[in-house]
Ligand binder design. Structure first.
Ligand code: HEM
Length: 316
């Protein structure tokens, strides 16, 4: 019992879904406590499973949070990032998803839920609940998660290539990509705070250290002391080394990431996502209180939400 591993040919499923999935309005059908009757312990089961996983593998907190983001940005939050394909043509095989991890943890949570309430809790909701529990377990503030997402059955590699934003994107692209999903510039700033936990491969930002404009130069917006430190860890063409996104507190869900931005020390985006002066088109840094709203905005990005319930069942 697990979230989907088997995957029928994408095209067939895409066609099938055209007929089986009714149009649903953005966010319709999501509510806090969706599983209250059908699976009253669902959220407690997720919480317990995540606590167990983090007690032995705390480094999975970043990857598990990121899974939800990458799910939501392609086709909305409907679990398609989990779908597999024998020919490797699903989202998870897109380059930007190569470094995703934590699939086994999602399977583990799903297995526990299936044992308690077979066929009830969607994998898309599991991703959303796990993201919340990761935030809380790493020191963030609890927030209610609306549930009721249906699992999609379509996952297309080229869509992930198109929809997942590269770390080199400029503020115009970032804002436009968020806007396409109904997210504001403020949401962009707040959500980029997800980088308060986890690690990054040097490759994701090495252009800022070694070749920013194609002239073997560094990004002048990156603090020079920090750049020197990063260069010690990340040699040119280093494909494997990981560095903490939020050095010193990369396992704590706090607002230090935003302090790093203010000091010109984020690995990506530079000061483009933080406004020190007015009229630069992006909102001010979030304050402590806004932490509580941190992930709520993203997770309602339109996916397959609604009362026509469907949870992934496969391999069982
Ligand atoms: C705004 C556009 C974003 C871009 C361009 C971006 C880009 C990246 C990149 C390049 C990495 C490093 C991956 C690697 O090298 O292994 C990363 C890691 C991460 N991202 Fe983002 N990200 C974005 C937004 C978000 C959002 C909205 C969240 C969650 C709310 C998020 C959560 C994370 C986490 C937790 C990690 C660490 C993963 C780990 O420890 O393996 N990111 N991101």
């Amino acid at each position: 019992m697990a979230c989907p591993k088997l995957f029928l040919p994408c095209l067939l499923l895409q066609l099938t879904s055209l007929f089986l999935v009714p149009e649903v309005a953005h966010g319709q059908g999501l509510r806090v406590g969706f599983y209250q009757k059908a699976c009253p312990n669902a959220e407690a089961i997720v919480k317990e499973a995540i606590a167990q996983v983090l007690s032995v593998a705390p480094s999975l907190s970043g990857p598990l949070l990121r899974l939800h983001f990458h799910d939501c940005f392609v086709r909305g939050c409907e679990g398609s990032v989990l779908l597999d394909s024998p020919t490797h043509q699903t989202e998870k095989y897109a380059f930007r998803n190569h470094s995703l991890r934590g699939y086994e943890t999602i399977d583990r949570v799903k297995t526990a839920l299936e044992k308690a309430c077979p066929g009830i809790v969607s994998c898309a909701d599991i991703l959303a609940l796990v993201a919340r529990d990761i935030a809380v377990s790493t020191g963030g503030v609890f927030y209610d998660v609306e549930t009721g997402r249906r699992d999609g059955n379509v996952s297309i590699l080229t869509e992930a290539r198109r929809d997942l934003i590269p770390p080199t994107a400029n503020i115009t692209t970032l804002k436009a990509d968020f806007a396409k999903r109904g997210l504001s510039a403020k949401d962009l700033v707040v959500l980029s705070g997800g980088h308060t936990i986890g690690t990054s491969h040097c490759t994701a930002f090495s252009n800022r250290l070694y070749n920013f404009t194609g002239k073997s130069d560094a990004d002048p917006k990156l603090d020079s002391n920090y750049r020197a430190r990063l260069k010690l860890s990340c040699k040119p063409n280093d494909q494997t080394t990981l560095v903490e996104m939020d050095p010193g507190s990369a396992r704590t869900f706090d607002i230090k990431y935003f302090e790093l931005i203010a000091k010109r020390r984020p690995l990506y985006f530079g000061r483009r996502t933080s406004r020190r002066r007015p009229n630069q088109g992006v909102p001010r840094l979030p304050n402590q209180d806004r932490r509580v709203h941190f992930l709520q905005g993203l997770w309602s990005v339109d996916g397959e939400n609604g009362s026509d319930w469907r949870a992934h069942r496969n391999g069982w």
